[in-house]
Design a protein around this ligand. Structure first.
Ligand SMILES: Nc1ncnc2c1ncn2[C@@H]1O[C@H](COP(=O)(O)OP(=O)(O)O)[C@@H](O)[C@H]1O
Ligand SMILES: Nc1ccn([C@H]2C[C@H](O)[C@@H](COP(=O)(O)OP(=O)(O)O)O2)c(=O)n1
Length: 280
């Protein structure tokens, strides 16, 4: 009995890729026709496994359940979560605030507690800049040092690639959108593909931010922009270009302001209150 399996299929005709959380393994299973990415993961211990197949114009989810697990009390809840995560669009929260406001620090806290995937636009750009032979390396470096913003086509495609590669469906997108070019580019390419929950806005005074960035630089961040001269320019960009984006979301009731001048653990207390609201 324990080796008998029940297989459920869910099919839907959409040309889309699926993003699932808790991806544990990738393999090619039941290959037929063109190559199909298959994600295998496990929600009820080792005796339940799920495969997700994303084809050209349809996707099919198959869920393999051991007969002995059919009476498991968590099965229905797990099934519902599984199906919802598979058929719903990926969740996105934007994280904004001045340079050094503590965005990255709080994103790490959120990832540890809530299991989002953290994508830092700045970090993705730094990685791209360092890639040998990157055609955007010099352009990115120029913007970093001048404290200006890289064109959205580059940043948005790095974000989209990272989302796809992660296999998750819950994202914190940190340091984006930073100006109207970022916002327009995102809206054009991505906004109808995601379920946007809102913006975490880390509000922090300029002096506190500058002190934190200088300390970060002094303690070996290795970042070409953690110096006083670039910081002045980054703050100008923040005031002139990013604050209007935050205001744009505030006007829609989608920005959640958090006092980021406080100690990191106090800031995280406030973050958790906001997340509790966002997730309901
Ligand atoms: N609430 C806080 N109080 C004091 N220092 C902080 C706080 N949050 C972050 N830091 C420190 O300040 C620096 C900048 O934080 P970081 O999370 O990298 O900011 P951002 O991602 O907004 O640039 C880091 O060295 C970090 O350890
Ligand atoms: N959307 C973005 C995000 C960052 N950048 C560039 C320009 C920014 O000054 C640098 C650094 O960004 P990052 O988010 O890492 O910086 P802070 O964490 O806010 O200090 O990257 C960009 O051009 N476009």
């Amino acid at each position: 009995m324990s080796s008998m399996y029940l297989r459920l299929f869910i099919r839907r005709a959409v040309n889309t890729r699926l993003y699932l959380d808790r991806v544990e393994d990738r393999c090619d299973m039941e290959r037929s026709g063109p190559p199909i990415p298959v994600v295998l993961f496990d929600r009820l211990g080792s005796s339940t496994s799920c495969g997700v197949h994303s084809g050209n114009c349809a996707y099919q989810i198959s869920l393999i359940i051991k007969f002995s697990m059919l009476c498991h009390p968590g099965l229905l809840i797990s099934l519902r979560k599984f199906v919802m995560s598979a058929v719903s669009k990926p969740e996105v929260i934007f994280v904004l605030g001045g340079p050094g406001a503590g965005k990255g620090t709080q994103c790490t806290n959120i990832v540890n507690k809530y299991g989002y995937v953290h994508l830092s636009a700045g970090e993705l750009l730094r990685e791209e800049q360092l890639k040998p032979g990157s055609k955007y390396g010099e352009l990115i470096q120029g913007h970093m040092v001048n404290g200006t913003i890289v064109p959205v086509q580059i940043t948005c495609s790095l974000l989209a690639q990272a989302m796809e590669k992660s296999g998750s469906n819950r994202f914190l997108i940190d340091g984006f959108p930073r100006n109207t070019n970022n916002l327009d580019g995102w809206n054009e390419a991505m906004s109808d593909k995601v379920n946007f929950l809102g913006v975490l806005f880390f509000d922090c005074s300029e002096q506190v931010c500058i002190n934190r960035c200088l300390l970060r630089g002094a303690s070996g961040s290795g970042r070409s922009d953690d110096n006083e001269e670039t910081l002045k320019k980054r703050f100008q960009t923040y005031q002139n270009s990013t604050i209007p984006i935050i205001k744009h979301y505030e006007a829609q009731g989608l920005a959640y302001k958090i006092d980021a001048n406080k100690a990191a653990d106090q800031v995280f207390e406030d973050v958790q209150k906001v997340l509790a609201r966002l997730q309901h």
